[in-house]
Ligand binder design. Structure first.
Ligand code: URA
Length: 242
């Protein structure tokens, strides 16, 4: 395959970034400086290094799943269906679940074979925004919204939550719906935040992670691969530390 294709597929960067890296002399093939991305290499035999580190050719896979309710985010479960079981048998091997949604929560979930992707997206340091639509029993007044936005206490031994965003709030008959955007991923976080201001969540759906929205053509239980553009929109380039 062409060297530039190999470099983009191993996640070194986009086509234009790869071109730049070759130009700057950051790529070698079998110890020799690569001069042009159009040269052909044998991905099973040649040793390609980027910034002196050898690259191995494993085609990673990245999926978005519309997680349905009633299915658990676990690789094995004796009672409940798992999110992995929603995938074709031949795709299940090596899949990692990126973060967790509760059994009764539906919506956007990523799964991947790439541990680095999972790690980076979940890192508390990254503050990736996750937006949820909620319905709850209770009312949300202006000061409750302020509390949620500034940070609330959700457990005795836990720090208060990081600043969040609340929008689209609608009240009707002691019921409330709205959107909550958080940058952490603590256990039952959305439910516990709303509980902290007197609201009991009755329905929860995650519809975005970073800039990626749940594809509305996916029915609950359906999945598709993430595109290269979507990975880029998530700020993810394999092998790149920020
Ligand atoms: N917060 C929750 O309470 N539950 C989820 O599934 C996700 C976020």
């Amino acid at each position: 395959m062409r060297l530039d294709k190999f470099l983009t597929e191993t996640g070194v960067g986009t086509r234009s970034q790869v071109k730049g890296y070759i130009k700057k002399g950051q790529v070698t093939v079998n110890g020799n400086l690569a001069k042009d991305g159009s040269v052909h290499i044998d991905e099973n035999k040649d040793t390609v290094c980027f910034q002196n580190k050898p690259l191995s050719y494993v085609k990673e896979r990245y999926y978005m799943l519309h997680k349905p309710m009633g299915v658990v985010c676990a690789t094995k479960d004796n009672i409940n269906k798992t999110v992995l079981e929603l995938f074709d048998k031949e795709l299940q091997k090596g899949l990692i679940i990126v973060g967790r949604l509760d059994k009764d929560t539906e919506g956007l979930l990523f799964l991947t074979t790439d541990g680095e992707f999972s790690h980076k997206l979940m890192s508390p340091k990254k503050h990736v925004e996750k937006t949820y639509y909620f319905e709850a029993d209770g009312v949300l007044m202006e000061d409750d919204i302020k509390k949620l936005e500034n940070g609330v206490e959700i457990g005795d031994d836990e720090p208060i939550t990081l600043p969040a965003k609340v929008s689209h709030v609608q009240l009707m008959d002691k019921k409330v719906s709205g959107r909550l955007t958080i940058t952490e991923g603590r256990y039952h976080q959305v439910k516990r935040m709303l509980q902290a201001v007197g609201c009991k969540v009755t329905y929860l759906k995650r519809f975005s992670i970073g800039k990626i929205l749940l594809d509305d053509s996916l029915l609950p239980g359906e999945y598709r691969e993430l595109s290269h553009a979507e990975l880029e929109a998530l700020g993810y380039i394999k092998g790149k530390d920020e």
